[in-house]
Ligand binder design. Sequence first.
Ligand SMILES: *Cc1c(COP(=O)(O)O)cnc(C)c1O
Length: 388
Amino acid sequence: MFNEQHLHFFEQIKTPFYYYDLDLLKKTITAIRTESERYNYHVHYALKANTDKKILQELMLAGFGADCVSGNEVKCALNNGFANNKVVFAGVGKSDDEINFALSNDIFCFNCESIQELEVVNALAGNLNTKARIALRINPNVNANTHKYITTGLEENKFGINPYEFDTILEKLKHCPNLQLIGLHFHIGSQITDLTPFKNLCTRVNEIQAWFNQKGHHLENINVGGGLGVNYKEPDTELIPDFAAYFKIFNDFLELRPGQQVHFELGRAIVAQCGNLISKVLYIKNGINTNFAILDAGMTELIRPALYQAYHKIENLSKKNNITKVARYDVVGPICESSDCFGKAVYLPETHRGDVFVIRTAGAYGEVMTSQYNLRKKNKAVYSDELK
Ligand SMILES: *Cc1c(COP(=O)(O)O)cnc(C)c1O
């Protein structure tokens, strides 16, 4: 994907920085639209994956809704032109201020995660003389087979309402005149690459939906969340995830009632591959068993490896066509933490100070998680349309 032209361009820019390929983003959006429109599915973009302005602009223009998990994300979605009737607000710990803000902007739906939250949203909506549309975020107890820190749909996780609470919830809703139950919401985890968990989710949704129907509740909206994974190991072989297979699973296995609308909340699958962290080698240091390539980017720019042992493909762009000599490196950052390491024992072309490194597939949960630890400064993003 990266060539000489990129190298010359990157060499002129102060590193580290995020580089976004807007053409790839557009192609990804087209693939999602083609495959989801087949079934009239609604796609929301999970803002927490990346809130870069140009990226938000593309997604808003594509007609996607916004999936938000904080009041500021709701604000960000609205400020960037997303229609309020396409904004959903999830999260286990919504504060009163955040709820009030979302209520006064008449968002499409609150995905409520606990009985107490229902009481609070009802009371706050009452104060504002309005009605809140809500969906119950349900913990379906489906194993996403992903890293434990990004699994959300198991009973032991903090997210969602458990089926043993359903009776209490329906009883509670009878006494909540300012809530309108419009749907069920699920989200089982992230970076799910095998489609079986999604098939299992459909089965659970069918069972849960049947329970609600039998209690006399017809639910207009089924929101199955996000979580579709991307190829971190070999990004170039799969720059665009297999959206056809993904949406087809839901079409094959979800049992819908007449008129029911299906919603998705994709984050990573939309933006991960279009983003890359560009860095330069500051020093090479010889260790006992391995050499260290010390970059000018660290966990402050991309925390995923330190936070959940995530793998990112690392490339030495300066030596891309010069791989006669290969050596083994621990690729690390400058931050004062031992976990500040992008990759251990990585085989790379022999590397020197000043070489340009690309850390691939960094568009999701990368720039949004940057921190100013060690008083690092926040860097500007660079886009493919600036390439010269
Ligand atoms: C994070 C999140 C998503 C998006 O997850 P991805 O794995 O990035 O697709 C969707 N819905 C909710 C409720 C989330 O918290």
